[in-house]
Design a protein around this ligand. Structure first.
Ligand code: CP
Length: 346
């Protein structure tokens, strides 16, 4: 039996068998973004994930929390980590899964996203995991279907489970979030990972500095509560965490910097820059990495990197999220208010 973890808010996450304590009650059927969540809800997800992490250390890595449920993995856009992580998370919770990928589907015949999801829902799916190139697609679906919707990345908008697993990893490695300084470096303009990280980290009391060339760091990001810098060298020695973002070439309409060599020279993380950073600085990257562009292999595979730990933690975070939305759906079906208790903050 996994331990029950007290959150900073005093809430009690469910243990790995799915048994929660009285107190905080998760009431949402969907997880579409961190923007909608209070700081208490974010901490509750992290604590729930903590209790599910122990399952992966067992010889039989399964719990019955979602036995009899069906999870639909709907990938309208490519993915390796998120798709496989959700699939394994659902399997460890004893759910059945069905996989949809846009390539080879009736999307090519003009079927809309809503029609596709409604048809799959008619097969008896309880929870949909949606990745889509259009920002807002999961939010639209959450309003239109009865099943739970989890956003697995919508365009340049949000990637809430990536944000959560990043925050989970920082908390695991550094013990806290409040008071930390976190640099998010690179292609902020196109990054749903940056948005979810900024939202989640600032709600939990971290200071976030976004770093990159003016063409990749829109000034409109500042009202999200972060500081902007165009010099990685200026912030290196100030921060506890450096999260290097992938350059999303597939979202570029035109060249936004002179050359990859130039980008890497000014904004790439390498051994020289690491030696000028804090000794225990945490180096993160959501993947997939453009090796030699955002960071060198020496840094990506070195002792300060927690890139594979992020991936490992993603499994526990997604188990927690799948479990919580299934509980929220039960409450909503039974007519309880969807307004979370104690959600005054954040
Ligand atoms: N980090 C991330 O979302 O990776 P994938 O695109 O492979 O899912």
């Amino acid at each position: 039996m996994a331990r029950k973890v007290s959150s900073a808010s005093g809430s009690k996450a469910p243990d790995a068998s799915g048994q929660g304590d009285e107190g905080f009650v998760w009431r949402r059927k969907d997880l579409v973004g961190l923007d909608e969540l209070s700081s208490d809800e974010i901490v509750y997800i992290l604590d729930t994930a903590e209790s599910f992490k122990e399952v992966s250390t067992r010889s039989i890595k399964k719990v019955p929390a979602l036995r009899g449920k069906v999870v639909g993995l709907m990938f309208f856009e490519d993915s390796t980590r998120t798709r496989m992580s959700f699939e394994l998370a659902a399997s460890r919770l004893s759910a059945d899964t069905i996989l949809f990928t846009a390539k080879g589907s009736s999307v090519a015949k003009g079927e809309t996203t809503l029609d596709t999801v409604r048809n799959v829902e008619a097969m008896g799916v309880d929870i949909f995991v949606i990745r889509h190139k259009e920002a807002g697609a999961p939010h639209m679906l959450a309003k239109k279907v009865q099943s739970s919707i989890i956003n697995a990345g919508d365009g340049g908008h949000e990637h809430p489970t990536q944000g959560l697993l990043d925050i989970f990893t920082i908390r695991q490695r550094l013990g806290q979030i409040a008071g930390l300084k976190v640099a998010i470096v690179g292609d902020i303009a196109h990054s749903r990972v940056a948005r979810s990280n900024i939202i989640g980290l600032t709600k939990l009391g971290a200071e976030v500095i976004v770093v990159g060339p003016p063409t990749l760091v829109p000034s409109a990001i500042a009202p999200m509560g972060c500081r902007i810098s165009h010099s990685l060298d200026d912030v290196l020695g100030q921060v506890d965490v450096i999260n290097m973002l992938r350059i999303q070439f597939e979202r570029f309409a035109s060249n936004l910097f002179p050359s990859l060599r130039e980008y890497s020279r000014i904004y790439g993380m390498n051994s020289q820059r690491l030696s000028r950073s804090r000794k225990d600085v945490l180096i993160m990257h959501p993947g997939p990495i453009n090796r030699g562009v955002e960071l060198t292999s020496e840094v990506a595979d070195g002792p300060n990197s927690c890139i594979l730990q992020q991936v490992a933690n993603g499994l526990a975070v997604r188990m927690g999220v799948l479990y919580l939305v299934s509980q929220g759906k039960v409450l909503q079906t039974n007519g309880f208010s969807t307004r979370p208790e104690g959600s005054g903050r954040g």
